[in-house]
Design a protein around this ligand. Structure first.
Ligand code: SF4
Length: 372
């Protein structure tokens, strides 16, 4: 059998079986390597201490190594930890550990500790920068540097687990960091396949949420590929095409009516809901009329709504909604029967809004693509 030339960090189990056989080792070594990577979370052959030395050396020669190294970990007073990974091509990516959060896919995940354990959500990036061009977002303003390889997506999960505290459990993964996961579908799917593989990271798909600006073909693919088991979050941010196109250029390609149709057809399992993300921007989308429009738009859909007072960013003149506007917006939705949470701005002091930290220090010439 021929060894594939693909990235060894994301070899399938069958690829490892071919590899160990060519190296003259017993078949069970393949599963050992696979579990070291996806269960124990290391890509470094030297850490794989129960493998024979010659096999570890062969793995090194094959090119198996950590996709990135941790350059900084910033911890906020509320326990939010932002982890910056330096990749081999000198780009930088970020992921954020958020304790006791309500942004995960669980309807029962109310942010309370379970017994003495603390639930933690990891926010994962799929691209360095982003091409979607949302006008209120740091990543959107800076543009796309590049998509991440599946191994670089996986590395965020495997590395972040090392930064959990004794009392914490990694409960949810949310693909809500830098980038648009459905704009980078193939590598995102490869990572999801390893994360949900019972022989791999063995994370239940219901603990994973993929967030999108509303790329309709991607929503349909995700629904079909995972039978709706992967949670879906939609960054909606406005309930009319005029406002939404102004702050989210991608709305011109997939307007709201088309998007709502894709949501209605997403094959959600019973009792699951789609998360609607709505960033409240002062004097743009935060009035009671906007709330009423949102309530009408979502009628009949199984959703919960997360309201996010906007983080101010250097690259934009937009400002977050005032507290009284946030409260009245939430009240209007709640009065119409919607589950509606205000997401607290966890980790403001570590710049946990997407893209704010990792893009600092990237030379402009590395920002290769930006939607106009
Ligand atoms: S809000 Fe999300 S999709 Fe929009 S530009 Fe920022 S990272 Fe990209």
């Amino acid at each position: 059998m021929k060894i594939p030339t693909a990235d060894p960090a994301t070899f399938a189990l069958s690829d490892w079986q071919s590899f160990v056989s060519e190296q003259g080792h017993k078949p069970f070594r393949a599963r050992q390597i696979y579990r070291w990577i996806h269960h124990r979370g290391t890509f470094d052959p030297e850490q794989m201490t129960d493998l024979p030395q010659d096999l570890r050396e062969a793995l090194g020669e094959l090119g198996l190594s950590e996709p990135g190294s941790v350059s900084f970990v910033y911890e906020a007073a509320d326990g939010t930890r932002k982890i910056l990974l330096d990749l081999k091509d000198e780009t930088r990516l970020e992921c954020v550990l958020i304790p006791m959060t309500s942004v995960g896919p669980d309807d029962d995940d109310d942010g309370e500790p379970v017994g003495s354990r603390v639930r933690v959500t990891l926010c994962v990036s799929t691209q360095v920068g982003c091409a979607m061009g949302c006008t209120f977002c740091a990543s959107g303003q800076a543009g796309l540097v590049r998509g991440l390889r599946a191994a670089e997506i996986l590395a965020q999960v495997y590395v972040a687990r090392r930064y959990l505290k004794e009392s914490e459990d990694l409960r949810n993964l949310v693909f809500m960091g830098m980038g648009e996961p459905l704009h980078h579908y193939d590598e995102t799917k490869r990572a999801l396949d390893f994360l949900t593989d019972p022989d791999g990271a063995a994370i239940s798909p219901r603990r994973i949420t993929v967030s999108t600006v509303g790329l309709v073909p991607g929503i349909r693919r995700l629904g079909a590929d995972y039978s709706g088991k992967i949670g879906l979050a939609l960054s909606l941010h406005a309930a009319d095409d005029e406002t939404r196109s102004r702050i989210m250029p991608m709305n011109r390609r997939y307007p709201i009516a088309e998007l709502m149709q894709a949501l209605r057809e997403y094959p959600l399992p019973p009792r699951r809901r789609i998360t609607i993300e709505y960033t409240l921007i002062r004097d743009v989308n935060d009035s009671e009329a906007h709330a009423d429009r949102l309530a009408s738009l979502l009628r009949g859909l199984p959703v919960k709504v997360n309201l996010i007072p906007m983080n101010s960013i250097e690259a934009s003149d937009y400002r977050g909604a005032d507290q009284d506007r946030v409260s009245s917006f939430q009240g209007r939705l709640a009065a119409r029967g919607y589950s509606c949470f205000v997401r607290t701005r966890r980790g403001d002091e570590v710049s946990a809004a997407c893209g704010q930290l990792a893009l600092k220090g990237i030379a402009p010439e590395r920002l290769v693509r930006k939607l106009s």
